[in-house]
Design a protein around this ligand. Structure first.
Ligand SMILES: [Fe+2]
Length: 347
């Protein structure tokens, strides 16, 4: 559920454009509303505004309403993940699909009812240009004391008219280790000293560190860290982060509480290893949104999400999840061309 940083820039390979859409480059940031105090935004034919409770996304012929908390949590992930891979459905109607450098933004394009009625709408943007608008939006629409990355019981509320900001919280980015957490020059392990106390639900997680006894001359080539301790100190939820990299094999562990704020539409297979507690996954068809399965993953369970689905997780207690994926940017095109399977295993 996460890419290496280089994937955002397109990796120098041709950018896929299955819908054959031209790039839209018109953007606007409008002054704060006299009543709510919030700015409004335009990206191509899409217009975004919020008030005390709701966000309104306008596209030609339609206005889509979302609760402000759900929208901000989803927007926060889309921003911090650099549009992620595959599709980020903010809800069953609105979302973005990432093509590594360019992004399709859609209304209803992944929704059976919209597409069958011909009401779906899609525009394509340069990823960095749309990202700039999204960053300004999450900054302006997040009030003081509210953290859209945090579990609901660990933050304030997003409601009301404009009241300060929380830019420290909304400018956090996901961890992207280049080789592995804890290596010299790479992402550091988390400690009380560097601002990552143990989360309230992980008080019982041992905080010892593995002992490493390297052969003389190999001291700089052997490393280890306590992954459970690392995850017990995560300050955010639903933020799969690259913690170890072996070529295109990415381990992206994360801690989860409450609801994954997006329905993630995969463009490749994605392994889930439930390390602690439980997550319930609602799995739907990636294109239509039709329900396909409910997966109850308990500690120790392993499942693999196919490449043609979307999924949303529910975690009643803070839990630890290891997401494992093939991060190669070539995989989605191979699947589209039928050269790679949509499932990881066939029985
Ligand atoms: Fe996913």
């Amino acid at each position: 559920m996460a890419m290496k940083e280089s994937a955002f820039a397109g990796n120098g390979q041709e950018i896929a454009n299955p819908r054959g859409l031209p790039i839209t480059s018109s953007f606007a940031v409008n002054p704060a509303d006299n009543i709510t105090g919030y700015k409004s935004f335009k990206a191509g034919s899409f217009a975004f505004r919020r008030d005390e409770y709701f966000v309104y996304v306008e596209a030609p012929g339609t206005v889509h309403t979302m609760a402000a908390d759900g929208f901000l949590r989803a927007l926060m992930r889309d921003v911090a993940w650099g549009f992620f891979y595959g599709t980020v459905n903010f809800d069953p109607v609105f979302g973005t699909t990432n093509y590594s450098g360019e992004v399709d933004m859609f209304m209803g394009a992944m929704n059976d009812a919209y597409t069958s009625a011909g009401r779906d709408f899609v525009e394509r943007f340069k990823a960095d240009e749309l990202m700039s608008i999204f960053k300004q939006m999450v900054s302006d629409w997040t009030n003081e004391g509210y953290d859209p990355f945090a579990a609901p019981m660990e933050t304030g509320v997003p409601w009301g008219v404009k009241n300060g900001d929380n830019d420290d919280a909304v400018s956090r980015e996901r961890v992207t280790a280049r080789r592995m957490v804890g290596l010299p020059g790479d992402t550091p392990v988390r400690t009380d000293q560097n601002g990552y106390p143990v989360n309230r639900m992980f008080d019982d997680v041992a905080q010892d560190r593995p002992e490493v006894h390297a052969e003389p001359g190999f001291e700089h080539e052997v490393s280890a860290f306590n992954l459970f301790a690392y995850l017990s100190r995560s300050d955010v939820t639903w933020n799969p982060s690259v913690c170890s990299v072996v070529k295109d094999s990415l381990f992206c562990p994360t801690s989860e509480e409450y609801i994954l704020p997006v329905e993630h539409g995969n463009d490749r297979c994605e392994w889930f290893i439930q390390l602690t507690d439980e997550i319930t996954w609602n799995v739907k068809d990636g294109l239509t949104g039709r329900p396909k399965a409910v997966v109850n993953a308990k500690a120790g369970d392993v499942c693999c999400m196919p490449s043609d689905i979307r999924h949303q997780g529910f975690s009643a207690k803070r839990s630890m999840l290891l997401v494992w994926e093939n991060g190669s940017p070539k995989v989605p095109e191979l699947i589209r061309e039928g050269k790679a399977p949509t499932v990881a295993v066939q029985f």
